[in-house]
Design a protein around this ligand. Structure first.
Ligand SMILES: Cc1ncc(COP(=O)(O)O)c(C=O)c1O
Length: 380
């Protein structure tokens, strides 16, 4: 391994408080998370569906151990992660594409399947086409719009599932984006409906299922569709290390698909797009047996607390299968978002399809207590 002459302490000083935590306390456990930034900034951040408990202790250690490799391009460091993900998902290594966050995977899908190298066209010679739910995570819409795609938004059903029959008829040769569990509603699309939709969709319709919140879903009606990839050459599944693995600031995601699909997507990506620290941390995280289990448990506990408080106050929530909830505030949400911000509590943005609903990330219990206190004030 390479070494660099800068000491770890000095490097930590250069990087500031967050890195100092990581360097000085590499054996942190989830039960004793790093000092919350809330204490330093006074801001309670419940706006971006992050995991407040941070990366696994093994990931923190792997990053400190990787400092000395920072002068190298990350290809060698990517190999063990690709191997580990292939094993983890029961696929071959040529079925994995890493991304600079799963956000990069969404961008690459938009470009590959709706963009200019597709001649901005679908197989019938029309404009590239993207079909999404409304509301859903908007990143892919923004990318497809730039590539000139024709975008169809299909409202969620009354149970906040994807309306798959309507999406099928809108799709034809395009790209269909299915976020399951869905952001911002935290709702799921039942596994049987999704499997039937994938089986029936024409092979020219590419289906991207975004499973960013997979690890938080525990409903018997939810299932990952990764096992369906072997029979469906038009299926792509995106995953991220930003949520249960607590690595949102590090940027690492990936997708799984058949080899030919990965080969179509790869040329649209920046070379070496995933940084070495993220690769080291992601590989180590997969080997930490406690990260997922603890993350789920702590999320459920804090979620149960805030749901109980909202129930007492009479605010109905959409059943949540994620690390955030969406609930009906019974009035326009924007003034409430602003009033909470003035009290240093940041919650999710407006989702125009649900203007009276607030999206709230599940933070630590203390953060949820701060939210409840502020919410009581702004709704009084
Ligand atoms: C559904 C969904 N997909 C993808 C992303 C992007 O995640 P990242 O780029 O951090 O992997 C997010 C981020 O919040 C998300 O909610």
């Amino acid at each position: 391994m390479n070494t660099i002459s800068i000491s770890r302490r000095k490097f930590a000083q250069l990087l500031g408080v967050g890195a100092a935590c990581a360097v000085a306390r590499p054996t942190l456990s989830l039960a004793a998370p790093p000092a919350a930034e809330t204490a330093a900034t006074g801001i309670v951040r419940l706006s971006s569906n992050e995991n407040p408990y941070g990366p696994s202790a093994t990931a923190l250690k792997a990053m400190t151990d990787a400092f000395g490799l920072s002068c190298r391009y990350p290809d060698d460091t990517a190999e063990p992660l690709i191997d580990a993900l292939a094993k983890h998902n029961g696929v071959n290594r040529d079925q994995i594409l890493l991304g600079d966050g799963s956000g990069e995977i969404l961008k690459v899908c938009a470009e590959t399947f709706t963009g200019p190298l597709n001649n901005g066209k679908n197989a019938a010679g029309g404009r590239g086409k993207l079909v999404v739910a409304d509301p859903t995570f908007e990143a892919i819409l923004a990318h497809a719009k730039i590539y000139g795609a024709d975008i169809t938004r299909v409202p969620l059903t009354l149970t906040f599932a994807h309306d798959l029959p309507k999406m099928t008829s809108a799709a034809k040769e395009g790209l269909v984006y299915i976020c399951n569990p869905n952001n911002p509603t935290a709702s799921i699309t039942p596994k049987a409906d999704l499997a039937a939709f994938i089986a029936k969709a024409p092979r020219q319709t590419m289906i991207l299922v975004d499973e960013a919140y997979h690890h938080y879903a525990d409903s018997p009606d939810y299932e990952s569709v990764i096992p369906l990839i072997k029979d469906n050459p038009n299926l792509i599944v995106a995953r991220t290390f930003s949520k249960i693995y607590g690595m949102a600031g590090l940027r690492c995601g990936y997708c799984v698909a058949q080899r030919e699909v990965i080969e179509r997507m790869r040329p649209h990506q920046s070379w070496d797009s995933v940084n070495l620290m993220a690769l080291a941390a992601a590989t180590a995280s997969l080997n930490d047996p406690d990260q997922v289990e603890n993350g789920r448990r702590l999320n459920s506990e804090a979620k149960a607390f805030v749901i109980g408080e909202l129930d007492k106050m009479g605010y109905e929530q959409i059943p949540s299968q994620a690390n955030f909830i969406m609930f009906n505030v019974k009035r326009p949400v924007v003034p409430l978002i602003q009033a909470l911000k003035q009290r240093n509590v940041q919650v999710g943005r407006l989702f125009p399809a649900l203007p009276n609903h607030m999206r709230l990330t599940i933070g630590k219990k203390t953060e949820m207590e701060a939210f409840v206190a502020a919410f009581r004030q702004v709704t009084a």
